[in-house]
Design a binder for this molecule. Structure first.
Ligand SMILES: Nc1nc2c(ncn2[C@@H]2O[C@H](COP(=O)(O)OP(=O)(O)OP(=O)(O)O)[C@@H](O)[C@H]2O)c(=O)[nH]1
Length: 296
């Protein structure tokens, strides 16, 4: 039977029972080898505080044994708290028995500091594992968010994000009398690029264009890939003249796009882009604005 065949609960119960067994065996050994103190020689306060310490260590042992962490991490906690329990149990024995053999005395005395040390190391490892899992969770969330909101080739926002966020943005601008502009870009020669250099090169052209658009737009602008070769940039709080300037700059970027063709050679190509620039009218719905942009 391998270690993995034993369930965590069984292992926890075995650890607890084994520690209790060792504790009772230790008591028997102490009473058998040492001299039992007369009742008048037992200090009640010491006995009570030793019992309290042993009970706390035992509680820690039970919690550690059922700790919902990976087995090797829980085992570190179990060993540490078992040693702590054993050390405190030994103190309780010392309150009732004297003249123990030197070896037993040494074993009992060393158990507690060793337990604290083992616990410290185990807590350190649990902390490290926790931090690592937080980091992993954070990056999974980022990937999840990117998959849900971004187009995977261009890294621009996807259709869903565009249509679910921009209407609110437009409404807010209209409320504050801020002009908004929509630029729609259609890459006319994308099929020709695919044919000449291969689909991978076409993808690379899209990806490079996406990178350039992200680099040259503001954080409040929403640049999204609406279709195979259609890209829209929604510019909130932007006058038409500024938008025309931005659109011209995007066209200039399209003139020299570096791609890698199927043979691994880097080539500079020109993306032929048809553009439509539409200013939102007062109270115009976002969908109507997009329809106007796509119609041209
Ligand atoms: N390499 C590459 N080419 C694409 C991709 N998407 C579209 N194309 C090319 O662009 C052509 C048009 O694709 P559509 O999906 O119809 O494009 P659209 O944006 O909807 O534009 P319309 O032509 O108006 O329908 C395709 O036949 C492909 O040649 C893509 O993701 N990668």
């Amino acid at each position: 039977m391998s270690r993995q065949d034993i369930s965590n609960n069984t292992l926890a119960m075995i650890s607890i029972m084994a520690t209790l067994g060792i504790g009772f065996a230790w008591s028997a050994a102490c009473f058998a080898t040492g001299s039992i103190r007369p009742v008048t020689g037992i200090i009640l306060v010491t006995v009570i505080s030793d019992i309290a310490l042993a009970a706390a260590a035992f509680a820690l042992l039970v919690i550690s044994a059922f700790l919902p962490v990976r087995r090797h991490l829980a085992m570190g906690m179990v060993c540490g708290s078992a040693l702590l329990f054993f050390g405190s149990w030994h103190l309780l024995m010392l309150a009732m028995v004297s003249h123990l053999p030197g070896v037993m005395h040494a074993m009992g005395t060393i158990a507690m500091p060793l337990g604290v040390l083992t616990l410290a190391v185990a807590i350190f490892h649990i902390g490290r594992a926790y931090r690592l899992s937080r980091l992993l969770l954070g990056s999974y969330r980022k990937i999840e968010h990117s998959l849900a909101t971004r187009d995977q080739i261009t890294q621009l926002f996807n259709r869903r994000y565009f249509y679910s966020n921009c209407p609110e943005l437009l409404k807010s601008c209209q409320k504050h009398n801020q002009p908004c502009v929509l630029i729609v870009m259609t890459i006319a020669n994308l099929p020709a690029i695919n044919q000449r250099y291969g689909v991978t090169a076409g993808d690379a052209a899209l990806s490079e264009l996406g990178r350039l658009i992200i680099k040259t737009t503001r954080r409040i602008d929403v640049a999204a890939r609406l279709g195979g070769r259609r890209i829209a940039i929604f510019l909130p709080d932007t006058p038409l003249e500024d938008a025309a300037h931005i659109a011209k700059r995007e066209l200039q970027l399209c003139e020299k796009v570096t791609i890698t063709n199927n043979d691994g050679e880097r080539t500079v190509i020109t993306l032929e882009v048809d553009q439509s620039i539409q200013q939102a009218e007062a109270n115009e719905a976002f969908e109507t604005l997009v329809d106007r942009g796509l119609a041209l």
